[in-house]
Design a protein around this ligand. Structure first.
Ligand SMILES: Nc1ncnc2c1ncn2[C@@H]1O[C@H](COP(=O)(O)OP(=O)(O)O)[C@@H](O)[C@H]1O
Ligand SMILES: [Mg+2]
Length: 432
């Protein structure tokens, strides 16, 4: 092997030397390396952080260390091999040891190490003017201008993921919000009053608009309350955790379980916490003394929960009239939103999506009081009719008459009496 004379000169330099890999490991800890990077105020920084460096050292990725005659660190370079490339994670020089050729010597040492690991190129992303940049020019690196670095934080850090998963939660897939059909009043309201302000906190802040922290949805079963809650998390790319009243329990024990759960969840940012069938834990205390501790806990917990930004509490109930009135007073929920059965225009859209074989306008006319859940049922029943017919040798295709027959077989979830009651409750309880 040809020995570069300047390299030879540096190795025997009286004031500093680059350690061999064998000398390095016992002599230099990753804490010292990180301390030097902090002190030097520089690493390649633009693309990598300290934790990358620590991990690479731990994994024995290529590294080069220069020490002064007194044994203190003068400079470090750390890389990580990925296929044919090795990426420079850090190049840092002690402030007392700049302009001594140490940067160049470290890069040469790294060159030898990456060849041993099977890599053939060393790549560095640096900020313009960064300390040590001269070394790249001196060592024959080519520079590519005009690259842009794109970076985004992951939706959760590992400790948050651990809590979310313990509660059976997850970050819902993208696109749930868009998949909800119909520009229903509820969807439009939630979009404008909840999702948009939470998704554009900068603009909201600038105008002094306080995004909501707690929302109550109410309305008959099957109208989409649960779907809206999950879809809001999807739209925001936030985690979604559902607390089930039946798992919390009743009375004092239930109140404690609720407090503990919310306490743990306070460690997670960007979170939608959903409580379905909220009337079960928040029913009127006067009629049911056993619900007193839980209601009291909720009265305390909701304001605390929503005090922090980037969190949304969503509760849903089919029977808002059964909820404790104290919870419905201002200060707890920022918004109380009725989610009713779809009107004829929305039903036309639901019909076109759920039962495309039918005449959407005709189906919409015949489905007063049908909820999205009813449409899902009509779709199944239409398919079953076509299936039965096909098994008997007929055409394997859903027809308009299958759809109309299925509609006729299906009872509207929201009958006129329930619809009237909902309209009255919407009038009385809604806070938009
Ligand atoms: N706007 C909508 N568009 C399409 N499907 C919907 C919509 N709202 C609800 N659904 C569907 O209807 C069913 C009932 O909705 P759900 O959210 O469980 O209602 P709720 O919680 O009010 O009882 C679900 O299968 C859901 O996917
Ligand atoms: Mg529901």
């Amino acid at each position: 092997m040809r020995v570069d004379p300047s390299e030879e000169a540096e190795r025997v330099h009286a004031a500093w030397r680059v350690l061999s890999p064998d000398d390095r490991d016992p002599a230099v800890s990753s804490e010292e390396v990180v301390r030097l990077i902090d002190l030097a105020g520089t690493s390649t920084g633009a693309a990598y952080g300290r934790s990358d460096v620590v991990e690479a050292l731990h994994d024995r990725e290529p590294a080069a260390v220069a020490v002064a005659a007194d044994g203190t660190l003068a400079g470090v370079a750390v890389a990580q091999v990925a296929g044919a490339d090795a990426h420079l994670l850090a190049l840092a020089l002690h402030p007392d040891w700049r302009h001594q050729g140490i940067g160049s010597a470290l890069l040469r040492q790294l060159d030898q190490e990456i060849i041993h690991r099977g890599a053939s190129r060393l790549v560095a992303v640096v900020r313009p003017g960064q300390v040590g940049e001269d070394a790249f020019a001196n060592q024959g690196f080519t520079r590519t201008d005009g690259l842009h670095l794109y970076a985004r934080d992951a939706s959760m850090v590992p400790s948050e993921l651990e809590v979310v998963e313990r509660f059976g939660g997850h970050v819902p897939p993208d696109g749930l919000w868009e998949s909800l059909l119909g520009f229903s009043t509820a969807k439009e309201l939630l979009e404008r009053r909840v999702v948009a302000p939470l998704g554009h906190t900068g603009l909201a802040d600038q105008l002094g608009l306080r995004p909501p922290g707690a929302v109550l949805l109410f309305g008959p079963p099957g109208t989409g309350k649960t779907s809206f809650a999950r879809a809001m998390a999807s739209r925001l790319s936030w985690a979604f955790v559902e607390l089930h009243p039946s798992l919390l329990g009743q009375g004092v024990a239930g109140a404690r379980a609720l407090r503990d759960a919310l306490d743990e969840l306070s460690r997670v940012d960007r979170l939608v916490c959903f409580i379905d069938e909220a009337d079960e834990i928040a029913s009127d205390r006067t009629g049911r003394p056993e619900s007193q501790p839980l209601v009291n806990e909720l009265l305390k917990a909701v304001p605390v929960f929503k005090d922090r930004p980037d969190r949304l509490m969503v509760m849903a109930t089919n029977s808002i009239a059964a909820m404790d009135p104290a919870l419905l007073r201002p200060g707890r929920f920022d918004l109380i939103i009725p989610v009713g059965p779809p009107d004829e225009a929305e039903r036309t859209e639901l019909a076109a999506a759920f039962v495309p074989a039918g005449d959407a306008a005709e189906v919409a006319r015949r489905t007063d009081g049908f909820t999205p859940a009813d449409f899902a049922l009509v779709a199944q029943r239409s398919a079953q009719r076509a299936f039965d017919r096909a098994l008997g040798g007929g055409v394997a295709e859903i027809g308009g008459e299958d759809v109309l027959a299925a509609v006729a077989e299906t009872r509207a979830s929201v009958n006129p009496v329930a619809a009237g009651q909902f309209a009255t409750e919407a009038e009385r309880f809604a806070r938009r």
